[in-house]
Structure formats: C-alpha cells, structure tokens
Design a protein around this ligand. Structure first.
Ligand code: MN
Length: 259
C-alpha cells in the first residue's frame, strides 16, 4: 500500500495565543487543528515550556514559544537561566519584551536585563522567531533590537503594537512584523496605524484568553475577525487578506533560519 499523505495546510494564522491559560488546553489544540489555524502558543514562564511542547508534539498547526513575560519579571527574573537552558531546542521565543505601564514600571530595570540577555542568546544561536510585547516601550524595544543586531539572523514580531506612527516606520525599516488582534481594532488610533502598515508585514493574533468578546475569551478560530478588519482597512477582500497573511507567515518561517 502506498498512499500519499498530503501535509495539511493552514487557513488562518494566530501568531500569539496563550493556549496554556485556557481551562481546556488539550481541547483548544484540537480546535486549532479542526479550524486549521497555524497557532503560536506563547508562554509566560519557561517552566511551562516542556508541558506545552508535550501537548503540541503531534499537532501540525500548533508551535510553542519559549517565554518569560515582562509582567512576571519582578518575581521571576531568576528563571531567565532556565529559558537559556531550553533555548537551543526552541525556534519560537515569546512572550518576551518590556512593559513600562504604571503597574510594572518598578521592575523596568530587571525587565531590560532579562530582555537583553534573551536577545543576546537568540543572536548567538540564530534562526529564532520572537513574539515581543512592547507596552509603552516601542522605542526602547527597537533600540534593543538594534543594539543586539537581533534582526541579522532572527525575526521579530511586535505583538499588539501601540507605538506611534514614527516608531512603526522605524520598526518596518528594521524588518519587524506586526501581529494584530481584534481588540486593537476597537481603537480609531490603532486602526489608522494598522491601515498604514505594509501588508507584507502583517500577521494576525488573538492574544487569548486575555482578549474577550461578548464576555468570553476569544479562541484561535476567532482570528478570522482580525483578518476581516485588516481587509477593511487595506481595502482588499477577506480572501486576499487571509492569503496575504498566510504568505507572510510562510516567508517569515522560511527566512527565519533553519534551526
Ligand atoms: Mn500575550
């Protein structure tokens, strides 16, 4: 018997979702497969890495990011050593980044220590694809990407980017991608920004379960709503938007190194 098995191809992209923070982690992985959503399961602590990898091991659509969330750095700075230990086996890194909002500003110096240490380790190994948080710190994040030369051999995706138009231009010039979610689209200012970003740098995300719609956490298959909003903002059809985003994921993954 010789049956040719076709590799299933994705229809949608959710490039930033916290699958392990839903009460039904296993079921949501199955949902990603049924709805054919190429999903990046970001994590907030490296302690979650192994379990996430185990659950996603046989999934054609779910990839896991090795992360240490900036909002957790005040209590978990020491875990950066664990992140470095797992890093050689991780192609995707996230959620990482900086957060200068009032609640987290006290740990800002520690956040910068952790973030630069992770960026240096990524450049040293090359081929990494990073999902980066940059609340009130877009310029700082870009400074660190530049200083560490991260984009010479890795790729950076700015998740839920809320910087200025000038910062967005700088990010585009540096080679960054942007993953946008439906919550961002509720702000006129962010809609305008997303409409101004080059289509070939856009990806979609849900940031579930943090983003809610009608009182319930959004799930990866809801990502079509972000695709629809991108289509509206860029005056293209939903089908074209969906295929552009899939194409962007493909080029991101193929130029992201072969690690
Ligand atoms: Mn997140």
């Amino acid at each position: 018997m010789n049956t040719t098995q076709q590799k299933p191809f994705p229809l949608w992209v959710d490039f930033h979702c916290h699958l392990d923070l839903y009460p039904d982690h296993k079921a949501i992985i199955t949902e990603c497969e049924l709805a054919r959503v190429a999903t990046l399961a970001v994590t907030t602590t490296p302690k979650a890495w192994q379990r996430n990898c185990e659950l996603a091991m046989n999934s054609p659509f779910v990839r896991v990011g090795l992360g240490l969330h900036p909002q957790l750095v005040s209590e978990r700075e020491g875990e950066v050593a664990l992140l470095e230990r797992y890093l050689p086996s991780a192609r995707y890194v996230g959620e990482i980044g900086l957060d200068a909002s009032p609640r987290f500003y006290r740990s800002f110096e520690a956040q910068e220590r952790v973030f630069t240490r992770i960026l240096h380790a990524c450049v040293e190994q090359g081929g990494k694809i990073l999902s980066i948080h940059s609340v009130r710190t877009a310029a700082k994040v870009l400074d660190h990407l530049e200083k560490t030369n991260l984009l010479e051999n890795c790729q950076a995706i700015l998740h839920w980017f809320t910087g200025t138009a000038a910062e967005a231009r700088r990010a585009v010039e540096l080679g960054c991608y942007f993953s946008v979610n439906e919550e961002m689209m509720r702000s006129a200012k962010h809609r305008k920004l997303i409409g101004s970003l080059p289509l070939n740098r856009l990806l979609t995300e849900t940031d579930g379960p943090f983003v809610q719609s009608k009182g319930t956490a959004v799930r990866p298959f809801d990502v079509h709503r972000a695709v629809h909003e991108i289509a509206l903002l860029h005056c293209i059809s939903n089908e074209v938007a969906a295929s552009v985003i899939l194409g962007n994921l493909k080029s991101l993954v193929t130029t992201g190194g072969s690690a």
